[in-house]
Ligand binder design. Structure first.
Ligand SMILES: Cc1ncc(COP(=O)(O)O)c(C=O)c1O
Length: 468
């Protein structure tokens, strides 16, 4: 890293000087990053694990004999103890009162969202209200709502910041549930733009009679979520996004009171007290058990506890402050880039400052004539330099459509034309050719737990190489 660049980060963010412990952590516990010369800038895609997490998990597995927690024998009892301890640690990490919230282990955030979607008592008279910038796994819940006759409504986001039009949202919230159970869903942080939406919406919506689903998947890796203060009915997340390992374990945090209103569409091993073949009846188990289908990923669940302890040892506030500084440096560096003829090289979709935004920066690059450079070209060039970024629409079509200026008319034109050719599937290439001229995606860089000034410097150097 050049001294100049470090100093320029300090100038725009003096707090960076207090985050040096992260450089030590990176050298000692994430040595593989620099040893293999990786510039990892896809933390919103997946977090990175430390060596020490893996060592602790490895040690645990090598020094115990664990059986399926659904049995009742010494090896399964010990396993049950660790699963339940991890469950308590998850609640503690989010300061969730144990008499109010329950942690349900799922395969990932999407599985947690599906649990809510398939079990929520949508029906005629009910509503599903959601912001435009949701991940597809939140958008997908609308199909459960639609199938059961609930009304679906989106609250729009606006360029250039890609924040929600608060007036429109408040109007929709105040129109309120029409007599049926109604759910309002939004991301605490958009995985498209990095925008952080106000957590104050939770209380407001609940007061107006809505149940609130907070998708915290992109927010919690670098921000504290305090469930003793904010009280969404449902919170969804994936643990690999927080600390890289294990994959395959996520969580639904639910208020007991809201959970009792959910109706599971089926039963499975582990979710019932009694089910009978000849009697044709089943009785659901209480609490988390009713929502954990089959055998949980029991050998990996203790690694969740190690991951949470790791983040606590590093300190969420320290991580947050480092990520904020690096994001500020990225925004400043990228937004100032110009071609020789004065035209802008980078167009950022989202806020240009770090107020209420996280470490996800999404953009497109433009050539000196003002034409958009295809994101696939940028991704391939980054790969050649050992830089890991994400391109496309990041499973967040609403964010992409607004950022790229793709209109509802254009989209319905694309999809109607498709219905004519019913036998054909609609591929990404079909979509690209349909919206040709507007671009079909963007470039996303995201910083996280052990990002450093050198990562930012290498990224800025890489992007500036497109200047003509
Ligand atoms: C905001 C947000 N919600 C939900 C998800 C879905 O997470 P998963 O793919 O782990 O189920 C993601 C993943 O990128 C996300 O960023």
């Amino acid at each position: 890293m050049s001294k100049n660049h470090f100093e320029s980060i300090l100038r725009c963010c003096p707090e960076y000087a207090q985050t040096g412990a992260i450089d030590e952590l990176r050298a000692n516990d994430y040595g593989r990053l620099d040893r293999l010369n990786h510039v990892y800038l896809d933390y919103t895609g997946g977090g990175l694990y430390s060596d020490s997490q893996i060592e602790r998990h490895n040690h645990l597995l090598r020094t115990h004999v664990f059986g399926n927690p659904h049995s009742h024998n010494p090896t399964s009892e010990e396993m049950t103890g660790l699963v339940e301890r991890a469950r308590r640690r998850v609640l503690e990490f989010f300061s969730a009162p144990a008499d109010e919230y329950v942690a349900i282990f799922t395969a990932n955030a999407s599985a947690a969202l599906k649990l809510v979607g398939e079990s929520y008592p949508f029906g005629p008279g009910g509503r599903y209200l959601l912001t435009f910038d949701n991940h597809n796994s939140v958008n997908g819940v609308r199909e459960f709502a639609r199938a059961r006759g609930a009304e679906i409504r989106y609250a729009g986001i606006r360029l250039p910041d890609l924040r929600v039009d608060e007036g429109e949202l408040v109007t929709a919230l105040e129109a309120g549930p029409r007599g049926g159970p109604s759910l309002f869903a939004y991301p605490a942080q958009s995985n498209f733009s990095g925008v952080q939406h106000p957590l104050e919406w939770i209380g407001r919506a609940r007061q107006l009679g809505w149940d609130v689903l907070l998708d915290a998947a992109a927010f919690v890796p670098t921000n504290r979520l305090d469930l003793s203060r904010w009280k969404p009915d449902f919170v969804t997340l994936s643990f690999y996004k927080l600390f890289g390992y294990p994959t395959g374990v996520g969580c639904l945090l639910a208020r007991y009171e809201a959970l009792r209103r959910l109706r599971r569409p089926w039963f499975a091993g582990g979710t019932i007290t009694v089910a009978s073949v000849q009697g044709d009846r089943y009785f659901m188990a209480d609490g988390s058990a009713a929502f954990e289908d089959g055998t949980p990923d029991y050998l990996n669940i203790p690694a969740v506890e190690f991951g949470l302890e790791h983040l606590e040892r590093v300190g969420m506030d320290l991580i947050h402050s480092r990520v904020t500084c690096l994001t500020r440096a990225l925004l400043k560096g990228l937004s100032g880039m110009r071609h020789g003829n004065g035209r802008e090289l980078v167009r950022i979709y989202g806020p240009l400052d770090t107020e209420m935004r996280g470490g996800t920066v999404t953009m497109n690059l433009y050539d000196a004539a003002g034409g958009m450079i295809d994101h696939r070209e940028v991704e391939a060039a980054a790969a050649r330099e050992g830089i890991s970024i994400r391109t496309g629409c990041f499973c967040n079509p609403g964010g992409g459509e607004v950022a790229l200026g793709i209109t509802p008319e254009e989209l319905s034109g694309c999809f109607t034309q498709q219905e004519v050719e019913e036998s054909k599937r609609f591929t990404v290439d079909d979509f690209r050719s349909c919206v040709a001229g507007k671009g079909s995606g963007a470039v996303r860089v995201s910083v996280g737990v052990v990002s450093n000034a050198s990562d930012v410097e290498r990224l800025l150097g890489f992007v500036s190489g497109f200047a003509g």
